[in-house]
Design a binder for this molecule. Structure first.
Ligand code: ZN
Ligand code: ZN
Length: 377
C-alpha cells in the first residue's frame, strides 16, 4: 500500500508543474512589463491601466478554472445498496444490464452506450448522467466533462467550462495587448535604437513569449467558441452522443443563442465575469430529439428541463419499468431482428447516414414499440 500511496502523491505533485510554469511566466511578464519596461521606456498611462485590467481578469479566470472542483453525479445516480450487491455478484452482462435498466427507469437519461446499454461507471459505481464521463486523471465521473487540462491541473466540465473559456479569452487579450504594445520596442531592438540596458532583453523575450502564446491560444479559443456555438463538449465532438434514436452530434444543440446561454447564462452582464452562471444542474440537459419515424423525419425540440432531476417528463425515453423487462426478451428475438435488419438496410441504407450502433438502437426501440403494443400498452 505504502509505495502506491507515495507514487500517487508524487503524481499529484508532478501534475502541478505545468500550472507552476504558467504562473512563473505570468509573474515574469508582469515584472518585465510593469517594472523593466515602465522604468526604461515609460509607456502611456492608459497602457498600464489596460494591462492591469486584462491581468486581473486573466488571473481571476485562471484561478477559478484551477480551483473549481469538478461536479460529480448526485446520489440518485448510485445504485441502491441491495441492487449494487446484486450487480456485483451477477456475472452475466444481460442480467447486469437488467439491474441497470430498472435503476435507470427513475432517472432522467437520454443517452446510452454505443451498443444501446445504460452507461455505468464500474470505477465510481454510478449510472452516468447524460454528458458525464469518467476522468482517469481525476479518478472520478465528471458532469458534462469536456477534457482534462494539464495546464490547469483540473477537469474542465460543467462546473468550470465558462471559467475555462474566459481564461482562454483573457489570456489571449493579455498576450495580444503585450505583443501589440511591445512591438515598437521590439523593432527598435533590431535597429539598435534602444538604450543599452538589460531591459531590452526583457522586451525581446516579452514579445517572443506573448506572440508564441497568442498563436497557440488563438486556435484553442476559436475551437472552443465553435463548440459552445454547437453545444458540444470536446468529447462529444470526437464521439457523438448516442440517443435512443441513434447517435446525434447535434443532440444537445438548441440553436446558437440558446447554446451560448447554456454556458454563459441568460444575464449578459455576467458573461464576461468568471462567476458561475451556466444553466441547469449538470445532470440533465435539454435535448433536440430526432424522431425515429423516417416517414415523418421531424425534429422536435425538447423544452427546458423542469427543476427536479427525477421528473417524469424528463424521463419519457426510459418511461417505465416494463421497459427494462422487455429489453431482454427483445434482444433474444433474433429472427425478428434479422428480418427487421434487412428491412432497415433497404429502407434506411441510402437515405440515412446511420451507424451500426445507432441502427441497432433504432431496431431495439422499434421492437419494443411493437411488443409493447402487443402487450396492450
Ligand atoms: Zn467514474
Ligand atoms: Zn480530470
Amino acid at each position: 500500500m505504502a509505495p502506491t500511496h507515495v507514487l500517487r502523491c508524487c503524481q499529484r505533485g508532478l501534475a502541478w508543474i505545468p500550472v507552476i510554469f504558467i504562473a512563473l511566466v505570468v509573474c515574469w511578464s508582469y515584472y518585465a512589463y510593469v517594472v523593466e519596461l515602465c522604468i526604461f521606456f515609460p509607456p502611456p498611462v492608459i497602457y498600464l491601466i489596460f494591462f492591469h485590467l486584462s491581468f486581473i481578469m486573466f488571473v481571476w479566470s485562471y484561478w477559478k478554472t484551477i480551483f473549481t472542483k469538478p461536479a460529480n453525479p448526485s446520489k440518485e445516480f448510485c445504485l441502491p445498496k441491495a441492487e449494487k450487491e446484486r450487480y456485483e455478484k451477477e456475472e452475466r452482462l444481460e442480467s447486469q444490464q437488467e439491474i441497470l435498466w430498472r435503476a435507470a427507469s427513475s432517472l432522467p437519461l437520454y443517452t446510452r452506450t454505443g451498443a444501446g446499454a445504460i452507461r455505468y461507471c464500474d470505477r465510481c459505481q454510478v449510472i452516468k448522467p447524460d454528458r458525464c464521463h469518467h476522468c482517469s486523471a481525476c479518478d472520478m465521473c465528471v458532469l458534462k466533462m469536456d477534457h482534462h487540462c494539464p495546464w490547469v491541473n483540473n477537469c474542465v466540465g460543467f462546473s468550470n467550462y465558462k471559467f475555462f473559456i474566459l481564461f482562454l479569452a483573457y489570456s489571449l487579450v493579455y498576450c495580444l495587448f503585450i505583443a501589440a504594445t511591445v512591438l515598437q520596442y521590439f523593432i527598435k531592438f533590431w535597429t539598435n535604437e534602444l538604450p543599452d540596458t538589460h531591459a531590452k532583453f526583457h522586451v525581446l523575450f516579452l514579445f517572443f513569449v506573448a506572440a508564441m502564446f497568442c498563436i497557440s491560444i488563438l486556435s484553442l479559443f476559436s475551437y472552443h467558441l465553435w463548440l459552445v456555438g454547437k453545444n458540444r463538449s470536446t468529447i462529444e465532438a470526437f464521439r457523438a452522443p448516442v440517443f435512443r434514436t441513434g447517435s446525434d452530434k447535434n443532440g444537445f444543440s438548441l440553436g446558437f443563442r440558446k447554446n451560448i446561454v447554456q454556458v454563459f447564462g441568460d444575464q449578459e452582464m455576467y458573461w464576461l465575469l468568471p462567476i458561475f452562471t451556466s444553466q441547469g444542474d449538470g445532470l440533465t440537459f435539454p435535448t433536440r430529439l430526432v424522431n425515429p419515424d423516417v416517414e415523418q423525419a421531424t425534429v422536435t425540440l425538447q423544452s427546458e428541463p423542469s427543476k427536479s432531476p427525477l421528473s417524469e417528463s424528463q424521463n419519457r425515453l426510459l418511461s417505465n419499468e416494463q421497459h427494462a423487462n422487455n429489453v431482454g426478451d427483445h434482444l433474444a428475438n433474433n429472427t425478428l431482428k434479422s428480418g427487421l435488419n434487412n428491412m432497415f438496410t433497404m429502407n434506411l441504407g441510402n437515405s440515412c447516414n446511420f451507424t451500426e450502433n445507432s441502427r441497432n438502437d433504432f431496431l431495439i426501440s422499434f421492437m419494443e414499440a411493437g411488443l409493447n403494443q402487443s402487450k396492450g400498452e
